[in-house]
Design a protein around this ligand. Structure first.
Ligand code: SAM
Length: 155
């Protein structure tokens, strides 16, 4: 089986890249992040960990991915999609760059959490752990799911 090509959207400083490249021998990882500081941090981490040769970090916006159609076997994204100005457009771009049969794995906050985040003093003030229980109580929500996972295969 040929080495898989992985795209990560919004990798931040590149922690997941290191895990993926160590876990999947010969995989090739490309990260795309809108923030130049994150691009620089991810590049530096990949150099430090000796993984630069199998990776590439690009500055860009998920709304206009600078990659050809059907370029990747796997697209991953974690805790980035809630920042995207138009998530539908972002995921349409993700689908475009996936090969047929390719997989997208997206991890993020539940939709309601993203809405609450904007108005939450607790999170903005950055006090201690996520005040999920406090917010949930305030909004009359039961047990809280912090992470939602979306998994899809391109037809
Ligand atoms: C909360 S951080 C998550 C970083 C990392 N994935 C993690 O789980 O720790 C969100 C990342 O998404 C990036 N991002 C936000 N909007 C983006 C966009 N429109 N296109 C690409 N990256 C974006 C940010 O610059 C940031 O690095």
């Amino acid at each position: 089986m040929p080495a898989p090509s992985i795209l990560e959207v919004g990798p931040g400083p590149g922690h997941l890249a290191v895990c993926l490249l160590r876990a999947i021998r010969d995989a090739r990882w490309t990260g795309l992040d809108i923030d130049p500081a994150m691009v620089a941090a991810a590049r530096a981490r990949l150099v430090r960990t000796g993984l630069a040769a199998r990776s590439d970090v690009v500055e860009g916006d998920v709304s206009a991915l600078p990659f050809a159609d059907a370029s990747f076997d796997l697209v991953v994204t974690s805790f980035s999609a809630h920042h995207w100005p138009d998530a539908a457009l972002g995921f349409a771009e993700v689908a475009r760059v996936l090969r047929p049969g390719g997989v997208v794995l997206a991890y993020d906050l539940p939709a309601w959490w993203a809405r609450l985040e904007r108005g939450s003093e607790g999170i903005r003030a950055g006090r201690g752990p996520f005040p999920d229980a406090v917010i949930a109580r305030r909004h009359g929500v039961g047990p809280v799911t912090i992470v939602e996972r979306l998994e899809a295969v391109r037809a």
